[in-house]
Write a protein that binds this ligand. Structure first.
Ligand code: ADP
Ligand code: MG
Length: 683
């Protein structure tokens, strides 16, 4: 068999030096690249079912001309021609702009084919392509032409032909990847056929079958890779086997001001079990905003301490570092633990002192921002690393902390719940725990969406709440990442409210302030010396001031759903009935939809799912951060079911030795082994 991945494209006679370079620009260097350069859409000349067509959908129709064309001129060169067409008994209008040369051919009674956008309300099509010749109609109709993304040097027709030639020459060399049993079970096509149909489907059925086959294959391969890596990690027993008495941990839990929720208890047990194992823990805790992740972190850190190790807690902002330090101190210092903070606001001297404490082992827990990894922090005996709000960190930052010390256990926490299908893809290598229960007594947050015209009434509402001893956040957005504009915006609102709400005290918080300034404002707000806090999104993650019961989000349409949900989570944290007001005059349909979703649900998982649907997985996670693979055919928005099935099958192959006699499966395993050796070498 020929290895198509090593076969250069210029083995095809029609590829010369110039076209070889043009193809390379598209990332096509080998025959394998060429065969899997799939079209991103198809030119489709099927007659559409007009009664089913949606507004603005592109349609192709065939109908009989039933009246003379009427033409209107605008000046010398511009014209609009209208024809009444009988499409299976339905009379519609077809409009042509500046194509009066067609007029003599549009005779009464003539059957023509037209494609263009369907205007459902006016019952008309604006013609983009017109085919009057009967022979040509026959030739075109029912055809699917692949459309590839191309650069200047390459012509569509040429590329189509080239791919066709490549199939003729090498199609029989395309290796099977899927075990036969799986192909049979899901009625999938042989690989060569699926790839061919994906380029040149004769009809929708062929396309659908090919897409399903390739999507499954892609996801199956991906899961195999993930699981293979995970399995090799499991076999390496390089982690720390923590040893502690669970009764002592229980004492800490009993000392808390509240009983743990069932979900918190379950997740705590999962973490404790991981700590005891010799294998390095790699676990993600996902839990909605306010589900109580901090206390779970505290318990894990205590168990780690009982085993004789130091712990580190990394958070995305200084404010959060301060707050977590407070929380941990309250819970853990009665048990003899010493918590220190490492942030940017320390003086050089303080920083040296803290680093010394850490190095000598006097500090049991270090809480900090990415200062934890950036600086030359040396731990005496680091046993557990917790990364809070992990989605705020890049892949590299996360990895860096993991590699401090000797394979410490690692726990990630996130309040951005990820729909299940994405979770198993992005976090395929991690174990996932979910806190899917809120502490008792939480009331839903009343969420309203109002137009900007209501702003004066919103201000009166804030005033009313503050007179009831409550506190409020007013969030102003970042505009185009411009700190300057952002600041002005928050600044303006601050000035306005300072005047309008006097004598109520109003504070201002934004990313351009020094750490000390931020800290001062935040402390004042936490102590209720400031009642209304105007802020940019620096309070987005984690901040906990239970007495704040109102959050107003100005220009709310500028935020994504996940962010809005995070922001809303700053209120309703145990301080009584809470309200969230979204102030926005959204311009697009999707922004309106986002406002609606926010007013309809409080469930972070539902919101995440809707967000995924609105934005697609790439934007949803921010591809760079997420480590989400770029699939060629599969689409996680639609193929969630396939993904789950593919994962189950991959588990059978990797863990249970299934398909042992299948040559395709054996080839796949060999390939996985080689891939693994390759990545190990690169690490
Ligand atoms: P998040 O999961 O968003 O990080 P936090 O850990 O900040 O949430 O917890 C939110 C609030 O809920 C805190 O004030 C915390 O003390 C409180 N809390 C946590 N667990 C419970 C519980 N089981 N019962 C009651 N209140 C709880
Ligand atoms: Mg938190």
């Amino acid at each position: 068999m020929i290895d198509l991945a090593n076969q250069k494209v210029d083995t095809l006679p029609s590829v010369g030096e110039k076209s070889k370079q043009d193809l390379a620009e598209l990332g096509i260097e080998t025959i394998d690249d060429l065969l899997s350069y799939f079209p991103y859409r198809y030119e489709d000349f099927h007659i559409s079912e007009l009664t089913q067509a949606k507004h603005e959908e592109k349609v192709t129709i065939r109908g009989r001309v039933v009246a003379q064309p009427s033409v209107r001129w605008f000046g010398k060169n511009k014209s609009r021609m209208l024809v009444k067409l009988d499409v299976e008994g339905m009379i519609i209008h077809v409009i042509w702009y500046n194509q009066t040369y067609l007029k003599p051919k549009l005779l009464n009674g003539k059957v023509i084919v037209v494609s263009g956008k369907w205007d459902l309300y006016r019952r008309q099509v604006v013609a983009e392509r017109t085919v009057i010749n009967e022979e040509e109609q026959k030739r075109l109709l029912g055809r699917f032409d692949p459309v590839y993304s191309i650069t200047n040097g390459i012509k569509m027709g040429w590329l189509r032909k080239l791919i066709y030639q490549a199939f003729a020459a090498f199609g029989s060399e395309i290796p099977e990847i899927l075990p036969k049993e799986l192909r049979n079970r899901y009625k999938l096509l042989p690989r060569a056929k699926a790839m061919y149909y994906l380029h040149f489907p004769k009809n929708r059925q062929e396309y659908a079958l090919a897409r399903r086959t390739m999507a499954y294959e892609e996801l199956f391969l991906y899961e195999c890779k993930l699981l293979w890596r995970k399995r090799t990690q499991t076999l390496q027993t390089t982690g720390i086997a923590h040893s502690f008495a669970e009764e002592q941990v229980d004492q800490l839990i009993e000392s808390l001001a509240f009983p743990l929720t069932g979900a918190q208890q379950r997740v705590v047990r999962e973490i404790l079990a991981d700590l005891k194992k010799e294998k390095q823990m790699n676990r993600l805790v996902q839990g909605d905003v306010g589900s109580g992740k901090t206390v779970v972190a505290a318990i894990a850190l205590y168990a780690n301490y009982l085993s004789g190790y130091q712990g580190a807690l990394m958070v995305p902002t200084e404010i959060l570092a301060e707050q977590h330090t407070d929380t941990l101190q309250k819970i853990l210092s009665p048990f003899g633990m010493r918590v220190v903070t490492l942030t940017g606001k320390l003086t050089a001297k303080e920083r040296r002192e803290r680093r010394a404490e850490i190095e000598m082992g006097l500090a049991d827990i270090v809480v900090g921002t990415h200062a934890l990894i950036q600086e030359a922090v040396v731990y005496k005996k680091l046993g557990l690393v917790i990364i809070d709000e992990q989605h705020r960190f890049g892949v590299k930052q996360r990895a860096a902390l993991r590699h401090k010390g000797e394979s410490p256990d690692v726990l990630f926490m996130t309040a951005t719940p990820i729909p299940r299908t994405l979770a198993i893809t992005v976090f395929g290598e991690m174990d996932v725990s979910t806190i899917d229960e809120m502490p008792a007594g939480r009331q839903p947050i009343d969420t309203y969406w109002v137009k900007k015209e209501m702003w004066p009434r919103v201000i009166r509402f804030i005033e009313k709440e503050v007179t009831k001893q409550r506190q409020a956040y007013v969030i102003c957005p970042l505009i185009e990442e411009s700190e300057k504009l952002d600041l002005q915006n928050a600044q303006e609102v601050f000035e306005q409210l300072t005047i309008e709400l006097a004598p109520i005290r109003v504070g201002l918080l934004h990313g351009r302030m020094t750490p000390a300034e931020k800290d001062a404002v935040m402390t004042a707000f936490a102590n209720n010396e400031v009642q209304v806090l105007i802020s940019t999104t620096v309070v987005e993650v984690g901040v906990n001031v239970p007495n704040a019961t109102v959050i107003v989000i100005y220009d709310a349409d500028r935020f994504g759903l996940a962010q809005l949900h995070q922001l809303r989570g700053r209120v309703g944290r145990g301080g009584g009935k809470a309200t969230c007001i979204l102030v926005a005059n959204p311009k697009s349909e999707t922004s309106v939809e986002r406002m609606r979703i926010m007013t309809e649900t409080m469930d972070g998982f539902v919101i995440a799912q809707r967000d995924l649907e609105l934005r697609g997985p790439g934007d949803f996670l921010g591809v760079k951060q997420s480590g989400l693979p770029d699939f060629k055919v599969a689409d996680l928005k639609e193929d969630g079911r396939i993904l789950e099935v593919a994962r189950q099958d991959a588990i059978r192959l990797i863990y249970h030795g299934a398909f042992a006699t299948d040559p395709a499966a054996q080839r796949l395993l060999t390939w996985l082994q080689q891939e693994q050796m390759e990545t190990d070498r690169l690490d």
